[in-house]
Design a protein around this ligand. Sequence first.
Ligand SMILES: [Zn+2]
Ligand SMILES: [Zn+2]
Length: 373
Amino acid sequence: MGLPVRAALVQAVGGPFLLDEVELDGPGVGELRVRVTASGICHTDLTYRAGAGRFPFPAVLGHEGAGVVEAVGEGVTGFEPGDAVVLSYYSCRACGTCERGHPAYCERGYAGNFSGARPDGSFPMRWRGAPIRSGFFHQSSFATHVLAHQHNAVKVDRKAPLELLAPLGCGFQTGAGAVLEAFKLQAGQQLAVFGVGAVGLAAVMAARVAGAASILAVDLDAGRLELARELGATDTYLAAEPELTKTMLKRTRGGVDFALECVGIPQVLRQAFEVTRPLGTCGLLGLPSPEASEVTLSMTRLLYGKRLVGIIEGDADPKTFIPRMVALHAEGRFPLEKLSRSYDFEAINDAVHDMEARTVIKPVLRMHGGSTR
Ligand SMILES: [Zn+2]
Ligand SMILES: [Zn+2]
């Protein structure tokens, strides 16, 4: 008999979230049972709700959880009940890729994050007596309690503001990690960011932290560009502006050191590549739709020492990078509160609606009403 907890279930492709009781297993080897305080909603949750995982529903999604450890399984070291944790993506910490310091590309990452099951294929949650797809990113954080793994939990101060910190586990890490870990942007360099939602704005904040000489932001939405400016963008452009590439090349005297595509649209990747200067790097963060995932680029321009790189989770190791973002936030240099809005767990469908309508940048669900823990 598992522990009865509340979870938001997706019952069919594209369907609404249904809050109901599910049963959660006890923590297995290496696992932690976490009482979830808050969970961010990331675009990847919506992509999976739309069927990207090709696994059968019902399923419990959610992968930006933060909360308090309630119980630990066999073999867990470094965590005890009462610890506050931010949850991130799973990595095995033992394969060649993990050992080379790139856990975002872990050889077991697909099984541990995207399969809708534990890495061994089992399911931590049951609904009406039957196992359901859960363990998404080894958490499925759209629930009051989850099983995480010691490899994807990061301890933070017990007094830390978990509701603000929850989205550090994916979206904010992706944008900030790309700039600070993948690019290792240096003071005086230039960055262009295409698409300033949660990921792009995290990139803007990180570039300011690193001392970028100019930060160019592009978006469809004037309101978001205003926020980008407030967070550190030096130049902002509406995506619809005619001759935008030319304007940006002129402004940067031949292109930026680094460009980031944060929306997953082929034409936008081409534009980001075009404003990258010779010897510069263009990074892709956006997840394309399967129907439009091919791009045409100039091979001639590529020859000029340009690099084009895909980046998952900012190529950041959450065990070190999340504490770094927490510290920046505490210093006031990573003002997360300007990007997120809280919703009660019961209002998850409203939160998703607002996200899709682009009236909120980062919705964060509070799992236990008004209580902060
Ligand atoms: Zn690994
Ligand atoms: Zn995500």
